[in-house]
Design a protein around this ligand. Structure first.
Ligand SMILES: Cc1cc2nc3c(=O)[nH]c(=O)nc-3n(C[C@H](O)[C@H](O)[C@H](O)COP(=O)(O)O)c2cc1C
Length: 458
């Protein structure tokens, strides 16, 4: 009997840490910065046949009440440098870097990503993020110059220009043909771009990479962010890992693609998620509760509420009820964090309602709204839940964030992935070499060099 092919699950792994506040103090945690930690996590993801390994980025250390927010894991090396090193110790795994489009220059970013694409044999990806944040901008020449409304107009032009740069070399532009005495085609690398944010021309240094264009990821969730993803990205991340809201996000984003002449399969939707596996569902539930309590310490709970309330709440008991004062409208205690920048008053109202309905203490509330694990259970329960989520269009796959570095993916890879493979929804072997092959997303049609193309090569 013919069977319809089931949707294939896409999996990525993210280095944990930035938001997971006490993971570093677990005795099993190792360095967040040593090459050995990155290698171990990436090689585990590759053993699990994951699509890619992903590094997030923050360009300024967060501060809480004027001091380094030491409940974060702070101190991170630069992403493309780390991924370049990982390209030498992996063979198939995609390598995805967050690089900010507000504070970099297209020429340099295009060069570094094309280089990673060469070094890795076609496995590079770029998570294009924008920053609204003048606090982060202080680290840069044009600190905070960009209006929120302009973030995505610059990002769109930035990405368009990097695509022009990648297309400035055709794949046959380096013939190195000794008989004809021709090393490079004369038109190679020529580009000219004039736009609202960038006015540049010249020759691009780096020949076309194996993927043509690295995979493009988008992770903003505003209307402008969703449009940007629908028009131009191959993958969109999201925070929606609960099935009902995830389905609404999935429908909304996929329906936007048609406006840009694209089909729904051209953009993969991958929420971030976490997994806790144990022999039985009961054991997993107990372990998840333990992890969550570790991740939301009493100080973390107070700090979270202070970020929303904009007030010093250190005199409150974290195991007692929510503060009886209203949030301060103008004070920002937590700087460099995008989550609470809008609607703190509304967030406070919702949290108070939830705490009253469920009789939650401050710490229990923060655990409830922030600390939960996504998939909890025996390997079978977790595999079924991941499969169900994908088959019912909550997502095309997940970015999995383990709570421990570097051993946090082991259970998932050794115990859950084989069950997904058995179900026929996840690859047993890589079938292609490029990250674009793993994701099933094609590079945009090649656009010929705009000017100075003395010898057409295609
Ligand atoms: C899963 C996920 C991962 C993200 N990773 C980063 C990151 O590494 N660095 C960063 O600056 N912003 C990151 N962001 C933030 C977004 O890029 C974006 O700045 C934020 O969602 C606000 O944009 P918006 O106004 O379009 O929602 C991430 C967002 C999500 C949902």
């Amino acid at each position: 009997m013919p069977t319809t092919r089931r949707k294939q699950v896409h999996l990525a792994a993210q280095l944990p840490g930035i938001h997971n506040v006490t993971a570093w103090s677990d005795p099993r945690s190792e360095s967040q910065i040593a090459i050995g930690s990155f290698i171990r996590l990436a090689q585990t993801a590759e053993r699990g046949k994951f699509d890619f390994f992903f590094l997030a980025e923050g360009l300024r250390l967060r501060e809480h009440k004027g001091r380094i927010y030491d409940l974060d894991v702070v101190g991170r090396p630069e992403n493309l440098t780390v991924l370049s090193a990982l390209s030498a110790v992996t063979t198939h795994l995609g390598l995805a870097a967050t690089v900010n489009a507000t504070f970099n220059e297209p020429y340099e970013v295009a060069r570094r990503l094309a280089t990673l694409d060469h070094l890795s044999g076609g496995r590079s990806a770029w998570n294009v993020v924008t920053s609204y944040d003048a606090f982060t901008g202080e680290n840069f020449r044009r600190g905070g110059f960009l209006d929120e409304a302009d973030r995505y107009t610059r990002a769109a032009e930035f990405l368009g220009l990097t695509r022009e740069l990648w297309d400035s070399w055709a794949s046959g532009d380096l013939p190195a043909d000794a008989e004809r005495d021709e090393f490079v085609r004369p038109g190679a690398g020529h580009f000219a771009h004039r736009g609202r944010h960038f006015d540049v021309s010249g020759r691009f240094t780096t020949p076309r990479g194996p993927q043509g264009h690295p995979v493009i990821i988008q992770s903003g969730e505003s209307d402008a962010g969703r449009e940007f993803a629908a028009s131009d990205a191959d993958v969109i991340f999201s925070k929606y890992n609960q099935l009902d809201v995830a389905r609404a996000f999935y429908r909304d984003v996929k329906r936007r693609l048609a406006t840009y002449g694209r089909t729904p399969d051209m953009l993969k939707i991958m929420p971030t998620a976490s997994v806790v596996v144990a022999d039985t569902d009961e054991e997993a539930a107990a372990y998840a509760a333990e992890i969550t309590r570790a991740l939301v310490s009493p100080q973390t709970a107070i700090a979270h509420l202070e970020a929303v309330w904009g007030r010093d709440l250190s005199g409150y008991d974290p195991d007692g009820p929510l503060p009886d004062v209203e949030p301060a409208a103008d004070a920002h205690f937590l700087k460099g964090h995008s989550v609470f920048r809008k609607g703190r008053g509304e967030t406070a109202r919702q949290w108070r309602k939830l705490a009253e309905e469920r009789n939650l203490s401050m710490r229990e509330l923060v655990i409830e709204v922030n600390g939960g694990q996504t998939f909890i259970g025996s390997p079978r329960t977790v595999a079924d839940a991941i499969d169900h989520f994908v088959q019912t269009d909550g997502a095309d796959g997940f970015v999995l964030v383990p709570h421990l570095t570097p051993g946090g993916l082991d259970d998932l890879v050794d115990r859950v992935v084989p069950l997904l493979q058995e179900k026929g929804v996840f690859r047993k072997e890589y079938t292609g070499k490029l990250l674009r092959d793993h994701l099933g997303v094609r590079a945009p049609e090649y656009t010929a060099r705009p000017v100075g193309d003395e010898k057409e090569t295609r």
